[in-house]
Design a protein around this ligand. Structure first.
Ligand code: 6CS
Ligand code: FE
Length: 300
């Protein structure tokens, strides 16, 4: 397994200072940068904030079927025992389902939706592949939250992702409103890498996907980064789309409202940024969490 140079040391014994990211946010150049649906102001906004929100990007009926598949799965007792299904702490409700695109044609088709992929190409400047696919679901009154974190810090540490050249696309399957635990992001936080303290335990994902404790940045760093530009929590109808950079700090509160919140996430990684040996973990994570190079194919 390829051992890349580690430009982002993390999961150290002691707290280390944050430092600037080592690569651009917008990787495309020249004509490639202008050949796509995003205008210059949108590219500048993504570069500045580390995310873009598209209210009502899809019509609700375009995404309704995905929610239906999730509800059907939640009723199937056999699903609960699949390793791709993460139950909430109380084992009552489904918290996340990974890799559904590998057993649902509709989900796989959505990952190749040109209206999204054209924007991803414009930002990442290369062909891409799906690094991870998940649905995060928060039922009313009980859906749990997610601690502040950078996805890249986990994907670098536990999956061996060398550089920051990946983007998450999140499609809202339900309305996201201020009360049902919408995703919160810190604008501009993607520009700094925040090393985290604490060694990665064996098979960390078996607990981190329920409640993350390793790979959570020091509160002083979160306060400092939030202090600059505050916190954003985009809200909107089912079918809305959020693109966020792999290193943008994000979190979400538990769902205290009566209304469910379910979002699709699929992560595009550049074919020039494929996974190597994990940088801070004993062994790579399973394929349903991170596509290994032998399964990348040509990209698209
Ligand atoms: O470990 C991961 O890959 C997942 N963990 C979080 C909290 N967000 C990104 C990703 O789904
Ligand atoms: Fe995350």
């Amino acid at each position: 397994m390829l051992q890349h140079a580690d430009f982002y040391p993390t999961r150290n014994e002691s707290e280390q200072a944050m430092f600037p990211r080592q690569e651009p946010v917008i990787h495309s150049r020249g004509a490639q940068q202008t050949a796509g649906p995003l205008g210059k102001s949108q590219l500048d906004q993504f570069d500045r904030d580390g995310f873009l929100w598209f209210n009502g990007f899809f019509q609700p009926e375009e995404v309704d079927s995905f929610l239906g598949e999730l509800v059907t799965m939640a009723k199937d007792p056999n699903m609960r025992d699949r390793e791709e299904v993460v139950m909430d702490a109380g084992r009552e409700e489904i918290r996340s389902v990974f890799a559904m695109h590998q057993f649902s044609e509709a989900f796989d088709r959505m990952t190749r939706e040109p209206r999204i992929v054209d924007m991803i190409h414009q930002i990442l400047g290369s062909d891409v592949y799906i690094h991870q696919f998940r649905i995060n679901s928060k039922t009313g009154f009980s859906g749990g939250g997610f601690e502040w974190h950078s996805d890249f810090e986990t994907w670098h540490s536990e999956d061996g992702m060398p550089k920051m050249r990946a983007i998450s696309a999140s499609i809202m399957l339900t309305e996201n409103n201020p009360y049902n635990g919408p995703l919160m992001l810190i604008p501009g936080s993607h520009k700094q890498f925040v090393p985290c303290v604490g060694r990665t335990p064996e098979q960390n994902w078996k607990s981190s996907l329920k409640s993350q404790s390793i790979g959570v940045p020091p509160r002083s760093a979160i306060a400092q980064l939030a202090g600059d530009d505050g916190i954003a929590a985009p809200v909107g109808p089912a079918g809305s789309l959020l693109l966020f950079e792999c290193n943008t700090l994000h979190a979400s509160n538990r769902n205290m409202s009566p209304w469910p919140r379910a979002n699709l996430f699929f992560v595009y990684n550049s074919v020039d940024n494929q996974l190597g040996k994990p940088f801070s973990s004993p062994k790579p994570r399973p394929e349903y969490l991170a596509t290994r190079p032998q399964n990348v194919g040509r990209g698209f």
